[in-house]
Every structure is written in structure tokens, then in C-alpha cells.
Design a binder for this molecule. Sequence first.
Ligand code: 5GP
Ligand code: ZN
Length: 137
Amino acid sequence: MKEDCIFCKIANGMISSTTIYENSDFKVILDVSPASKGHTLILPKEHFDNIFDMDADTAGKLFSLAAAVARALKQATNCDGMNIVQNNGEIAGQTVFHFHMHLIPRYEGDQVQVTWNPGTATQEELNEIAAAVKKEL
Ligand code: 5GP
Ligand code: ZN
């Protein structure tokens, strides 16, 4: 628990939330300001600021839970698609600095925006960044 972290308090039941599912590691809640009907957040109970400091075990469990929640949400909402979004750092749009994954059901004709403009890169630039990342893995 990190002091003054609202998602620590929600994930550990000290602040109420509309909860879909809970186990010893995660709490799955509805976003209070939903981008669409069924907008869901998966919160680890342990505090991680973001993906960069999450351990591999929690990260693995997270995605298997995300797949189950995504299927349940799809069945429940009859949505046409879904975006899974996870913001890390202010520049990336993170506003609550306790790791959370968004599951945003999408409906034909909705006005939700989760987009970027396609850019360009030379093959040399792609090779360079690929090599730099490979070295770090
Ligand atoms: P971020 O921008 O950090 O990726 O997303 C933060 C999300 O948390 C937003 O979608 C916001 O609506 C949601 N949120 C912020 N405070 C609360 C809260 O107290 N309860 C719930 N359920 N969601 C919250
Ligand atoms: Zn926290």
C-alpha cells in the first residue's frame, strides 16, 4: 500500500467501487467516468506505479485475467469490439499513478478515440531500434 494512492485504497477495499471480480492479487472495477458502457479497470492490489516496475509473475497473471474479463465483458455488453489500453507516465496519458489496465468495449458508431497517426521510419531506423531493444531483453 502506498500512502495517498487512491487505487491502493480501492484495490484493498478502503474506498468503495463497483466491483466485477476480485482475487488475492487483483480487483476488477468499473471506471467512474466510463469512455463507453462497461469501461473496466483491472487493478493489482500491490502498488506498482506503472508497467516498468511490475514483476513478471504479476504481469503474467494480469494478462490471463484480462482475457477472461474481456470475454465476460463482451458477452455481457454485446459490444462490437474492445480496446485494451494501459497508460504509463504522464506523457502517455496516465493520470492515476497506480498501474491499471483499461478494457473499453467498443460499439458501432461510438465516439471513443484510441488512435494515433501512422508515422514513417526507414528500414535502417527500424533495425537500429530493434537492435537497441534486443540488447536490453
Ligand atoms: P489513466 O488516465 O491514469 O490511464 O486512467 C485513470 C482512470 O481512472 C480514468 O479512466 C478515470 O476515470 C478512472 N478513475 C479515477 N478515479 C477513479 C475512482 O475513484 N474510481 C474509479 N472507479 N475510477 C476512477
Ligand atoms: Zn497504489
